[in-house]
Ligand binder design. Sequence first.
Ligand SMILES: [Cu+2]
Length: 138
Amino acid sequence: MNRRRVLAGLGGATFGLSGCLGVLGQGCSGDEFDVGMTPTAFDPTELTVEAGTTVVWLNDSDRAHTVTAVPGIPDGAEYFASGGYETLDEAREAWKDGGGAIYTCETYEHTFEVPGTYEYLCIPHESAGMFGTVVVEE
Ligand SMILES: [Cu+2]
């Protein structure tokens, strides 16, 4: 697997740089990841990467989460959502039947080609403030 070019983890970063995230709530083993998921938060909440980087999310909590882009992503950028939905509304609808769920120790990844700021959320924990941001630099 390619080493991801993570420039900085900001916001709620408590674990340090990508690939060195040693504290896993559920003891998930295996691949490197960039953003973990606690029971109600992404960690770090903000991540800055270079264009072309594949960001990997890992659910190391005991709850199911989603990674679902919030409308307002940069022009020309591809919408992203776990489950492969094309809009936030579609993802919300699918979630009623568990669509898009990322279960314990599962990962989701997306490659960010277009520079800009991307906000995303977890549908079941939106009311708990489970939001994240990926900043993509040139
Ligand atoms: Cu969640």
